[in-house]
Design a protein around this ligand. Structure first.
Ligand code: NAD
Ligand code: TYD
Length: 340
């Protein structure tokens, strides 16, 4: 791994991964390739802006010519694909963009990886491809049972990656991560919505009964797991990547309010998300066998995240004050309040 293309590197997890890789290694060039959608934010990459090993290319992973040019110009030997439409609620409003970027865009990257015979193509996937898991834990060989347009598009991408491994011997690996939290997460996902609303004494919109369960992991743990798979993972293999511990959304809301010293009366139950997956739960023994383990438990991950949002109002306030965000928020939440 010498010249690494990080697609979607201006988003939440991608930018944390870029910071980590440039801090860890001084012999790797990192090229971010990002369309800069509403979720891609140049502010996320300010800390590495002047690093001589970092380059930025604005481009769409669905644009084969642009991808090809970046591959050639930077002599890319490794791709890590974070680029995707990522929010379940938006996939319920406008699914088309998810199929385009998450499935077709992955195909374009796989074609480029094949053409240039790169050392590794790594796909960032999600625990959501297994669907709701009411009991037990998902293992990598479980059947996929997607239930939202987002998870269906991500599963399509996973299958295409495995097809390129089988059909063309492309050295592909996949990680299926659980819910990430931490710095630079766009305030549409639950943790930054709850934290930034609570800071402003605004309601925390809790879907349904709040008893849905997610495995919330700290983003840097996830990034370390990805690096571990790049170095020690076997081509053709999938690795689940999470803490292996689940929490309910109501527990999450209570913890955030406690950390910020805000009243529980801020919790506002709202109508549930259609097709809301009740629980995701991963068995992570396979990646642990490579030597990876998460270093933040739920409380530590939430505490570090809350602290970052308290300390970095400059980052999220300009997003939340913007017209795009305010229109999204109205469309997403207006009129959904229910009396508990
Ligand atoms: P994000 O929404 O914060 O960022 C996505 C990034 O991709 C943005 O920078 C955006 O500009 C870019 N992008 C979107 N469409 C593009 C296109 N057509 N061409 C080039 N760039 C494009 O997402 P995230 O939360 O950082 O998620 C990153 C990856 O991790 C995604 O593949 C997601 O499915 C996966 N994942 C996320 C989580 C989570 O909890 N956030 C958990 C598991 C897996
Ligand atoms: P989200 O952050 O959208 O991630 P995902 O649906 O991909 O797991 O949501 C995490 C959980 O929080 C999920 O159970 C839905 C719930 N949720 C709320 O209760 N209120 C909200 O405003 C949002 C965005 C999510």
């Amino acid at each position: 791994m010498k010249n690494l293309l990080v697609t979607g590197g201006a988003g939440f997890i991608g930018s944390n991964f870029v910071h980590m890789m440039l801090e860890r290694y001084n012999d790797i060039n990192v090229v971010v390739f990002d369309k800069l959608t509403y979720a891609g934010n140049p502010d996320n990459l300010l800390p590495v802006e002047n690093n001589p090993h970092y380059h930025f290319v604005q481009g769409d992973i669905c644009d084969a010519e642009a991808v090809d040019a970046a591959m050639q110009q930077h002599n890319i030997d490794t791709i890590v694909n974070f680029a995707a439409e990522t929010h379940v609620d938006r996939s319920l409003m406008e699914p088309g963009g998810f199929i385009q970027t998450d499935v077709y865009g992955t195909f374009v990257l796989l074609e480029a990886a094949k053409k240039y015979q790169i050392e590794r193509y790594h796909q960032i996937s999600t625990d959501e491809v297994y669907g709701a898991v009411l009991t037990g834990r998902s293992v990598e060989t479980d059947r996929l049972h997607t239930r939202s347009p987002y998870s269906a598009a991500k599963a399509g991408a996973d299958l295409m990656c495995l097809a390129y491994y089988t059909s063309f011997d492309l050295p592909v690996t996949i990680t299926r991560g659980s819910n990430n939290i931490g710095p630079y997460q766009y305030p549409e996902k639950v943790v930054p919505v709850f934290v930034t609303n609570a800071i402003d004494n605004k309601p925390l919109p809790l879907y349904g009964d709040g008893m849905q369960m997610r495995d919330y992991q700290y983003v840097l743990d996830h990034c370390e797991g990805i690096d571990m798979v790049l170095r020690k993972g076997q081509p053709g293999e999938i690795y689940n990547l999470g803490t292996g511990v689940e929490s309910t959304n109501i527990e999450l809301a209570h913890l955030i309010l406690k950390l910020l010293g805000k009243p529980e009366s801020l919790i506002q139950p709202i109508t549930d998300r259609p097709g809301h997956d009740r629980r995701y739960a991963l068995d992570c023994s396979k990646i642990k066998a490579l030597g990876w383990n998460s270093s933040h438990n739920f409380e530590q991950a939430v505490e570090a995240t809350v602290k970052w949002y308290v300390d970095n109002e400059w980052w999220w306030r300009k997003i939340k004050d913007g017209r795009h965000y305010q229109e999204y928020y109205r469309r997403q939440y207006a009129g959904r309040e229910v009396t508990p």
